[in-house]
Write a protein that binds this ligand. Structure first.
Ligand code: HEM
Length: 501
């Protein structure tokens, strides 16, 4: 009996080995993304130790580390998510391995520039690289600012290549973009079932490809004038234009990871519960709605930009609430219904999926509170903000991406997960929850975010967070070891035809 038969329902296996090359490229995305998360996580530990006063680094180094950690984590989680969704749709959609590798190479080149700009060039302006701060660094040069812009340029380009390829592949596989988005079914209120419906993961792949193209385009549109200014072609760039576009790019990139990894729940959870998760009308409606909503809610970053029309601020609040509803109602309730009384075995992937649902709900609620204008006036620029986004990243998107890699290995590897591995997954939940809770408590007590030096009165919160961060690090090392020992066998399996297909 293979590892897959022991832990995964074979009728719902998802990985097509006839296109092993695309599956291998997808797995490379996941390993590169999750490997980077481990390194960036160590930088997070370093910052929390500094804020606790336990290992003091200079403020200049704190901001370099903070910038690399923030931009590196956003890029890394997105990369793992992109790999996961490519693997999930590869069963039914012919993806080109070459296109996937090219996009990966370009994307990683961007990461290289970001590492260079921060660790060598000394750039420490934060992951939002808000214009004109990068060009006026006192402790970094213009070259360092250009290097981080170049990094963002290549990340945007890599994302664009991936999403364009995904969009064309999905449209081709389903006959048209409208069919890939289940529009006939959607607009007939579920009555017209003539077109074969996309699976939920396929539908989500199309949705994120559309928003990914929009995000990458915003990034490229924002960067070109900045390069033109640096080379003397133009004298200045409108600061509000730059802010709108960089946040449309960066915030949407962060959002993409969250929604793509939801696709990974739809793709793998059925295999553990033994129940199918079809594309029902609410699923089609919710995910089609995400297309405009994901692009609107970034404007909650513009609340303090009074020079802009009031409508943009209102859009930020409405968009932030509206984007949460489809995901809350359809994905979370759907997943809980799938799990309820299914007799699912609590191996690593299901535990991480359950933790991820929890993190999604609590992180989402924290985000909604922060997007509410009267609350935002008090809480913004406190550690409440990192608290909410770390919740749905560490306990949401990252947990889902890790779970999906486990699922690939459960499916393909001849080696079963070790007996103690579920303990590591539970420890991940405890470590993550404790670490995040201390961010929330700090924020509720008005401890500011992005402060290298914390007053003695604030240090108590970071001191309480440190043991939880160490537990998180231990659990991640344990899970990574388990995954690494099973990975080689899964990789080899992608080269063999599967008897069951
Ligand atoms: C693995 C454990 C992690 C630890 C210990 C950690 C720790 C930290 C700390 C201490 C800060 C600085 C907070 C401040 O004073 O403003 C921070 C900022 C940040 N973290 Fe994490 N983090 C972790 C995981 C993640 C993940 C998974 C993401 C995913 C996207 C992430 C994204 C960010 C971002 C975007 C910032 C803001 C950077 C900026 O303001 O420029 N972190 N993190």
């Amino acid at each position: 009996m293979t590892a897959a038969e022991r832990t995964v329902s074979t009728t719902l296996l998802a990985h097509d080995r006839s296109n092993g090359a695309a599956l291998r490229a997808s797995m490379a995305y996941m390993v590169a993304g999750l490997g980077s998360v481990l390194l960036m996580g160590l930088l997070g530990l370093l910052m929390r130790l500094d804020q606790a006063g336990m290992l003091v680094i200079s403020p200049a180094w704190f901001y370099r580390v903070m910038t690399l950690h923030g931009s590196g984590m956003i890029a890394a989680v997105l990369l793992a998510a992109l790999g996961g969704i490519a693997a999930a749709v590869s069963a039914t959609t012919p993806l080109s391995a070459r296109a996937l590798w090219i996009a990966l190479f370009v994307y990683l080149m961007g990461n290289g520039f970001v590492i260079f700009a921060t660790l060598v060039g000394g750039f420490g302006g934060g992951w939002t690289v808000l214009y004109p701060l990068p060009e006026h660094g006192i402790v970094w040069s213009l070259q360092a600012a250009l290097a981080i812009y170049a990094g963002y340029f290549f990340v945007a380009l890599g994302l664009l290549l991936f999403c364009v390829h995904m969009l064309f592949a999905m449209a081709r596989a389903h006959g048209s973009l409208a069919k890939a988005l289940a529009w006939r079914f959607l607009f007939s209120l579920g009555r017209d079932k003539r077109d074969a419906l996309p699976r939920p993961a396929e539908l989500i792949a199309v949705v994120i490809a559309i928003d990914g193209i929009a995000a990458a385009a915003a990034g490229l549109i924002y960067l070109v004038p900045l390069f033109a200014q640096a080379s003397g072609v133009i004298t200045s760039v409108d600061a509000l234009f730059a802010k709108n576009f960089v946040l449309l790019f960066g915030h949407t990139m962060a959002n993409l990871s969250i929604y793509i990894t939801a696709g990974l729940v739809y793709a793998a959870l059925p295999a553990y519960t033994g129940r199918a998760w079809p594309t029902t009308w609410p699923v089609a409606a919710a995910w089609n709605l995400i297309i405009p909503l994901m692009l609107l809610n970034y404007s909650h970053h513009l609340y303090a930009d009074f020079a802009q029309p009031l409508g943009l601020q209102l859009l930020g609040e409405i968009g932030s609430y509206a984007v949460a509803l489809p995901s809350f109602i359809v994905t979370i309730i759907g997943a809980l219904a799938l799990i309820y009384r299914s007799g699912m075995r609590w191996t690593v992937a299901p535990i991480l999926y359950a933790l991820g649902l929890w993190g999604w709900v609590f992180g989402g609620l924290g985000a909604l509170l922060d997007a509410t204008i009267p609350v935002n006036q008090v809480m913004h620029n406190t550690l409440w903000v990192p608290a909410h986004f770390h919740t749905y990243f560490v306990l949401g998107a990252l947990a889902f991406a890790l779970a999906y890699l486990c699922f690939i290995l459960d499916d393909l590897s001849d080696i079963s997960e070790r007996r103690g591995a579920p303990t590591a997954a539970w420890l991940y939940g405890i470590g993550g929850a404790g670490f995040i809770l201390m961010f929330f408590v700090s924020g509720a007590n008005s401890v500011p975010r992005r402060f290298a030096v914390h007053l003695t009165e604030w240090q108590v919160y970071a001191r309480m967070a440190v043991p939880f961060v160490l537990l998180l690090a231990l659990s991640l090392a344990w899970l990574s070891w388990d995954l690494a020992t099973r990975f080689g066998s899964a990789w080899q399996a992608t080269r063999r035809p599967f008897a069951g297909q």
